[in-house]
Write a protein that binds this ligand. Structure first.
Ligand SMILES: Nc1ncnc2c1ncn2[C@@H]1O[C@H](COP(=O)(O)OP(=O)(O)OP(=O)(O)O)[C@@H](O)[C@H]1O
Length: 586
């Protein structure tokens, strides 16, 4: 299955802004009450602001012209009270929308992160970590900015414009219609150019993701870069990505700025229409000066928010482009779904491959029509040339991937029918480069171990001793309290493998897979690991991938993996012979 988000984005039918908004509001449905309150404060604020010009016009015609200063004073007082009221509602809107924005950011980041935890290994193979980080951090913040800073002004502008249009039409219908013509033209223009503007913004967000991926890759591999003195190479690569981002940002900037001048032009045009047509109406006695003053104010009340909408519209387009990138992750389904097991012929083996074929997305077939069985309590070795498919075979055993064809049976049931916790309880997998979290060794050992998760250090130390792992723990001066920093970089790869080994063994799995798990360990420690492996419960099945031949000497069966085939090597000597003389697949 294709999980490449950037490729999928190009292929997908683009969602309309309306559909995008609908999805977004579903996510913040629980904020409905706060949104309604905010909406009403916005409406109140808009109404108070709209009543202003009407009262001014009324005061001029009724009290200023007739020099009734008492009336002027009363209406000035009313205006002041209204402006104070408007101030209060504005404050309420700002605090409400600010907190809704922050909560949205919080909810979204949690939702994306939780989704990422559910996605299969194939997703992470096909997407760069930096781009994903940028989606979690940067794209969500674009939405927050829109919600906490712009949405309120957005709704308030629309409310002001609607109110102003009603006043304009009700004061003088014909003049009102003429004033609204430029506004309608603006709406048509906005509708037409918005998809293009959104695309430009999406390109910028994509390039920010690309830049973040570039930074992440160079930071992760800084040792190689320094060792090979390839700073110039990464500098060049970064410069290119930065240039790409610069070009995209300039393009988006141009697109975003298109609204402001066009809106400005049309709003000046509307004022000209009001003035010219209004003066004409006064000259034929159909209009008064007071009404024209109010009218001009309403025209300003219509076109000023429209101008504000021009800048808000670009923020909205950026937010919607961000939302598209976020919702893309949220809508992904893991292809490692749990399904019913419908095995026709029963299997007595602990693990069985039935007609399994496998290819990585867009890649050639790595395994073709494989049948193999692993019995309880036996030790199996997987050997073969580099790139032959050993890790891939082991990954299928642990359901890191699903076969493209055929099925893997665990304990007689299709492995796809197990819940992830049941499956990982049965299978322990020590990866070639074990990953450790920034924490103590104790926490890293207990990671994912439900049985002992509440153990304190004394209990865990005792457990480690009784499980025969004491000598391994003794390698670390500070024992369980030893700190692991920055994904395991503070300790050696061999030490990392030892911790991963303890972690896997203490989970007491039915199958323990060791993928080159001793490749970086000294001979004495390796012998210690072998001793511990032998002491595992009799029913534990061991699957060992190793290039060092002594590691596989004691295996009950040896599988030779190459060129899409998995065959039984028969004896150790045959395996050695095939390794020495066999052709590699890649
Ligand atoms: N994530 C991946 N995406 C695409 N192709 C992959 C991926 N991982 C491995 N491959 C390809 O699959 C083939 C088998 O790789 P695999 O890691 O299973 O070999 P291996 O026998 O374990 O090699 P080694 O001894 O070097 O660990 C290789 O040709 C490799 O290029």
């Amino acid at each position: 299955m294709n999980y490449n988000l950037n490729e999928l984005f190009e292929q997908e039918k683009k969602k309309s802004t309306y559909a995008g908004l609908k999805d977004l509001f579903k996510l913040i449905a629980h904020e409905r009450k706060n949104l309604i309150i905010a909406f009403f404060t916005i409406l109140t604020d808009a109404t108070l602001n709209l009543l202003g010009p009407f009262i001014i016009g009324h005061t001029i015609d009724k009290y200023v012209v007739t020099k009734d200063f008492h009336g002027v004073l009363v209406f000035s007082g009313i205006l002041l009270a209204m402006y104070i009221g408007a101030l209060f509602t504005k404050y309420l809107q700002t605090t409400l929308m600010g907190s809704i924005g922050q909560r949205l950011l919080y909810t979204l980041r949690n939702a994306i992160f939780n989704k990422l935890q559910l996605l299969p290994v194939a997703f992470f193979n096909q997407n760069k970590a930096g781009d994903l980080i940028s989606r979690v951090n940067n794209d969500t913040d674009k939405l927050n900015q829109f919600f906490s800073q712009s949405l309120m002004q957005f709704i308030s502008s629309i409310a002001l414009m609607t109110g102003a249009s009603i006043f304009l039409l009700s004061i003088n219908f014909k003049l009102g219609l003429a004033t609204l013509v430029p506004a309608v033209l603006i709406l048509i223009f906005t509708q037409l150019v918005s998809p293009w503007v959104k695309r430009k913004n999406a390109a910028t967000l994509k390039s920010i993701g690309g830049m973040s991926a570039e930074i992440q890759e160079s930071l992760n591999n800084f040792k190689v870069i320094i060792a090979f003195n390839r700073r110039d190479y990464f500098r060049k690569r970064f410069k290119e990505t930065n240039q790409e981002n610069y070009n995209a940002a300039i393009g988006a900037g141009l697109a975003n700025n298109i609204f402001l001048p066009v809106y400005g032009l049309f709003s000046s045009l509307a004022q000209l229409i009001v003035l010219a047509y209004g003066i004409y109406l006064i000259s034929i006695g159909e209009f008064t000066i007071g009404l024209l003053v109010s009218y001009l104010s309403y025209a300003v009340n219509l076109y000023n928010p429209l101008r504000q909408l021009a800048s808000l519209w670009s923020t909205f387009q950026v937010a919607m482009a961000g939302w598209d990138r976020i919702s893309q992750i949220l809508s992904l389904e893991s292809n490692l779904a749990i399904s019913d097991s419908n095995v026709k012929e029963p299997s007595a083996a602990l693990l069985e491959f039935r007609n399994v074929s496998f290819a990585y997305p867009n890649g050639k077939e790595i395994l073709h029509d494989i049948n193999l069985k692993l019995e309880r309590g036996k030790t199996y070795a997987l050997v073969g040339p580099t790139g032959g498919g050993k890790t891939t075979t082991a990954s299928l055993m642990a359901r890191l991937y699903d076969p493209t064809e055929g099925s893997v049976l665990l304990d007689g049931k299709d492995i796809r029918s197990y819940k992830p916790d049941e499956r990982s309880q049965k299978i322990g997998f020590i990866l070639q480069e074990p990953f450790l979290f920034t924490d103590t060794i104790q926490d890293n050992i207990l990671y994912g171990n439900e049985t002992y998760s509440n153990y304190n250090s004394e209990q865990l130390t005792e457990l480690i001793q009784t499980s025969g792992l004491g000598e391994l723990l003794a390698i670390f001066e500070s024992g369980l309290e030893t700190k692991v920093l920055s994904s395991g970089d503070s300790i050696s790869l061999g030490q990392r493998q030892v911790i991963a080994f303890m972690r896997a063994v203490l989970r007491n799995p039915e199958i323990l897979i060791l993928d080159e798990a001793t490749a970086n360990i000294d001979t004495v420690t390796e012998q210690l690991l072998e001793k511990i492996l032998k002491k595992l419960p009799e029913s534990t099945t061991r699957v060992i991938i190793a290039h060092r031949l002594n590691t596989i000497e004691n295996a009950d069966e040896i599988f030779f993996i190459n060129s899409g085939e998995v065959t039984l090597a028969g004896s150790f000597n045959e395996a050695v012979d095939r390794l020495m003389h066999g052709k590699r697949s890649s």
